[in-house]
Design a binder for this molecule. Sequence first.
Ligand code: GKR
Ligand code: MG
Length: 425
Amino acid sequence: MRIREIHVTPVAVPDPPLLNAAGLHAPYALRIIVEIVSDDGLSGWGEIPCSDATLAALQQAADHLIGLDPWRLNAIDAALQTLAKPDERGANPWDQRTGVHVLSAIEVACYDLMGASIGRPVVDLLGGPARERVPFSAYLFYKYEGAGGEFGFGRDDSARGWCAARQEAALDPEGVVAQAEAMVEHYGFQSIKLKGGAFEPQREVDAILALREAFGPEMPLRLDPNAIWRVDTAIAAGKQLEGVLEYYEDPVRGQANMATVARAVDIPLATNMCTTSFADLPGSVAHQSEAIILSDHHFWGGFRASLDLARFCKIFGRGMSMHSNSHLGISLAAMTHLAAAVPNLTYDCDSHYPWQDGCDLLAEPLQFKDGAIAVPSAAGLGIEVDRERLAQLHRQYLKCGLTERDDEIEMQKVQPGWTFQATRW
Ligand code: GKR
Ligand code: MG
């Protein structure tokens, strides 16, 4: 089997006005969809976050991969390595490196092709399922009132349940609890994460305490201020949340600061910000900066790299969870196959999908049942992309005028003069 064509398509999917440490989500989240077509006419799909730099790198990479065998991933890695440019993660909550994104998009599409060519699901190529269903966590956001951009979910005053809650502002503890109740009711999630870092810390601590009150001690809770708190703030907040949080995600910036908080507070610390690459692992061991690492195949360079990370976690006694950004069903399928194949990925995974639900490009979107997704058993990723929907989301990308995620600029539209601060409180 040889790679005959690679199609790289940027898309824009409606995203509500969600708040985080870096500002405000734009009305559209941007993704890149990659289709690799083999010489025997099969298609493999990948999906990653979109930026101008990643799009350009992926388009350049595509030209160099034609004619290669999708099973020979080492040769593909070597070809991509020759094109890689130095890049950095950046201070934002999300990772901006282009190299790992390109690797991930191509590798996932190759796995989809491999599975399709032998009639086996991707999970079987990753070692087989350690679990048949992958549990996900509810992912709450402080948000302003309103839905996302055009197509999918506009304002609907007759909406009920989660569809209505997705439009409501959630700015105080009651609003956060209402959002959680609607999301949990709709999807059946059995753990809850609150994205913090948006308001002064006591408001976010109070929201967690209100969630505890509403859902009781059986519901695992997580808080993620995306590293925007000072060490003293994080310790003071953490002290109030001992015995309440399942884990405390990136309260502060950098491995040394995380280690200080970890020593002072009796809650496991988790990260997708201070230990985010293989180069960070020696520092993780030296500092003991976190107890749990959130994997992410988009950011670590694909499935095989994520399995390497899982082995590190096993050897060095780290728990493993999974990170997410706004995404569509190709990413959700890839996350599900990977999470199913990692025996030591024992925490419920993150997914932003409820915020994009109803706007997917899959002919039959994956469904959450009791908060979990059954690992697809069909060949490859087990998905079918609806090409008309893909074209529609691409037209939306061209029309919306966005080419980069910039939450600071979006925030300035509602709060003129607002600037991102790496450490705010
Ligand atoms: O989507 O606003 C967001 C999140 O803050 C996201 O960018 C982060 O990458 O989900 C995230 C996390 O830190 O866990
Ligand atoms: Mg996080």
